[in-house]
Design a binder for this molecule. Structure first.
Ligand code: NDP
Ligand code: MG
Length: 394
């Protein structure tokens, strides 16, 4: 909840130099009367961050990487006069709690944004969440914090933002199931036997979306859809069997929500993240968007078909973890991050990704976590296990 009622919403953007970051900047630039950027953070790309800080007049800047933190202090004139620098994870947490901020958008790849996201909720800020990995790791604790602090959690992930739009005004009891659409990623139409030879360059050619490398590989394995189903379970308080995925190659329908009477609502917009980002930042207002809406005078079709779990075992493994609950999703996520990094570095073949995740799940202890520290310990342990197994697979 906002502590003040300024005319402009003041935004903290963690992950400002990435793909979500860039789209967020487009939305903020298009609505200078409604949005003000007050803080930005990134991992190490300080030159790009400096450009953003200058363009938007931002004087609170965070860098996670110590070498980048040292570099900015050697080049203070690259940033607006009076800039305050915040270092490391503690710096991201400080930015998430800035007294002058109303809403914090977390778009840091992976789970590094967990502590800042919790800090924002603890401080009663609105949280616009792009980093799905955070909910897969610690959904229980993030949702509990939001409830306890009566803070708003606004989904940025396009499918979840779409569900959020469809269920507004409906009670939980009226919800029957949600269906998230999947584009199918780079290998949607590849036969199974070709997948063994898929390279990082092949996996990074997403047919519909332009995104960062980790999520683009996750789209190619369909791990992204698996992570999203788990994310949806937490965001909308659903049972595993209420969360499903369907293949929809055009990425125009982002979700379908089925109600208890059998009626379905869908949300449609072009495949660009500016739509969900603007919705999350300006909710409940709907000023004109950054990009043109769908043009229904042009011929296009909307296709739906079942997702092929046999060709994409990462989806099957995610569904298994979702049903299992406890720390299984956290282990899945940690092993996937290790596997994707190894694949992108050329150290693991494409089909090694599900192999490594499966092997890590089998080697890990399953438990129901009582505390966030317990979850974080499981996350670390799973990364160690995955790295050790990686040595045997490569
Ligand atoms: P990118 O790889 O394009 O960008 C990642 C951003 O995170 C960069 O700004 C990077 O900074 C920053 N970052 C990485 N590590 C750290 C760290 N330790 N501390 C601070 N900042 C860090 O990723 P995307 O924008 O594609 O994705 C971001 C998140 O949003 C992911 O969780 C993804 O799943 C989710 N998402 C993305 C969508 C998309 O369309 N791209 C759609 C839906 C969800 P630097 O440039 O310095 O490395
Ligand atoms: Mg998505």
């Amino acid at each position: 909840m906002s502590t003040a009622t300024p005319t402009r919403k003041r935004v903290v953007l963690l992950g400002a130099t990435g793909s979500i970051g860039e789209n967020t900047l487009r939305v903020i630039a298009a609505h200078p009367d409604k949005l003000e950027l007050v803080a930005v953070a990134a991992h190490s790309n300080w030159r790009k961050l400096a450009g953003i800080a200058r363009d938007f007049g931002v004087r609170q800047v965070g860098l996670f990487d110590p070498a980048a933190s040292a570099a900015v202090r050697a080049h203070p004139s690259e940033f607006p006069a009076g800039t305050r620098f915040h270092d490391g994870l503690a710096g991201l947490v400080d930015l998430a709690q800035l007294p002058e901020a109303d809403i914090v958008l977390v778009a840091v790849v992976g789970t590094t944004g967990l502590r800042p996201a919790l800090a924002a909720l603890e401080a009663g800020k609105d949280l616009a969440l792009a980093s799905k990995e955070i909910l897969v790791l610690a959904g229980k604790f993030v949702m509990e914090t939001a409830r306890r602090r009566q803070a708003r959690l606004l989904p940025v992930d396009s499918e979840h933002n779409a569900v959020f739009q469809c269920i507004e005004g409906h009670s939980q009891a009226e919800l029957s199931r949600i269906i998230l659409t999947a584009s199918g990623g780079a290998f949607r139409d590849w036969p199974a036997e070709r997948l063994a030879h898929a390279t990082p360059a092949d996996a990074l050619k997403h047919p519909n979306w332009s995104m960062g490398p980790k999520i683009t590989v996750d789209s190619a394995t369909l791990a992204n859809k698996g992570l999203e189903l788990i994310e949806a379970q937490w965001l909308f308080n659903l049972r595993p069997e209420q969360c499903q995925a369907v293949l929809h190659p055009q990425s125009i329908v982002h979700c379908l929500v089925e109600f208890t009477d059998g009626a379905m609502l869908a949300q449609l917009c072009p495949p660009s993240m500016t739509f969900p980002i603007q919705h999350a930042l300006l909710h409940p207002a709907r000023p004109p968007g950054v990009e043109a809406p769908l043009d229904l005078t042009r011929l296009f079709s909307l296709d739906f078909r079942p997702v092929d779990e046999a060709r994409f075992p990462m989806l099957r493994l995610a569904l298994q973890c979702m049903r299992q609950g406890g720390v299984a999703p956290a282990i899945y996520n940690a092993a996937n991050e290790v596997a994707v990094a190894a694949f992108l570095a050329g150290r693991l073949p494409f089909l090694g990704i599900p192999q490594l995740v499966d092997a890590t799940l089998q080697k890990s202890r399953q438990l129901s976590p009582d505390s966030l520290d317990e979850v974080l310990a499981v996350d670390e342990e799973a990364r160690r296990t995955a790295n050790a197994l990686l040595a045997t697979l490569t």
